[in-house]
Design a protein around this ligand. Structure first.
Ligand SMILES: Cc1cc2nc3c(=O)[nH]c(=O)nc-3n(C[C@H](O)[C@H](O)[C@H](O)COP(=O)(O)O)c2cc1C
Length: 183
């Protein structure tokens, strides 16, 4: 059994990205468990806070969850054709102190998915994550791409992914990513 930690880059209750992540957990292969973690409670990065108080508890806990997992899956929104600040902020905190980067990120398989009500399917945002992952020494998975566009028509009112075609693409993504994580 392999364990993947999934993080949504949106704090919104009705988030399409959180809903996509929940759907990914449902369609993951039998020998793969996708645990959903949250970035809620992580403060804005502040070097003075880090110096005076240290790494916030929410960050320490998330680092530990990632470090014991076999892989990491990011469900990223796209803001202004790039990375959403709240998720970048979380990853920046997770990269502190720098001595912990190898433990948390180095060689860790990372998959990226994303959903938007717009047309582009988070292509720009997913692409913008790549140099971030490279700087952390993570192993981004390039085996498949999942750009979910026009998301409002794909989920029902409760956030369930009801579009069968997208569900099939997500299942195929998770199958490939899980195989990559297994190595
Ligand atoms: C500040 C801001 C900028 C946005 N820029 C983009 C964008 O560049 N491309 C896009 O597809 N959607 C953009 N959106 C729309 C988001 O995709 C939409 O709000 C989406 O629902 C966010 O993800 P979530 O549903 O997981 O919260 C933007 C939204 C906000 C708030």
């Amino acid at each position: 059994m392999i364990k993947i930690v999934g993080i949504s880059g949106s704090l919104r209750k009705g988030s399409f990205n959180t809903a996509l992540l929940l759907a990914a957990a449902e369609v993951s292969p039998k020998d793969c468990v996708l645990e959903i973690a949250s970035i809620r409670g992580i403060p804005l990065y502040d070097g003075d806070m880090e110096k005076e108080i240290g790494i916030p508890e929410a960050v320490v806990k998330l680092k530990e969850r990632i470090a014991v997992a076999d892989g990491l899956l990011l469900a990223t929104p796209e803001y202004n054709s790039s990375i959403p600040g709240v998720l970048k902020n979380a990853i920046d905190w997770l990269s502190r102190p720098p001595e912990d980067i190898p433990w948390v990120f180095a060689n860790r398989p990372v998959g990226i998915i994303g959903a938007t009500p717009g047309q582009g399917g988070t292509r720009f945002s997913q692409t913008a994550w790549l140099p971030v992952l490279r700087s952390l020494g993570a192993r981004a998975w390039f085996g498949r791409q999942l750009y979910v566009s026009q998301a409002a028509g794909l989920f029902d009112g409760s956030g369930k992914l009801v579009d069968e075609k997208t569900r099939g693409r997500l299942e195929s993504f998770m199958e490939g990513f899980a195989a990559f994580v297994k190595g």
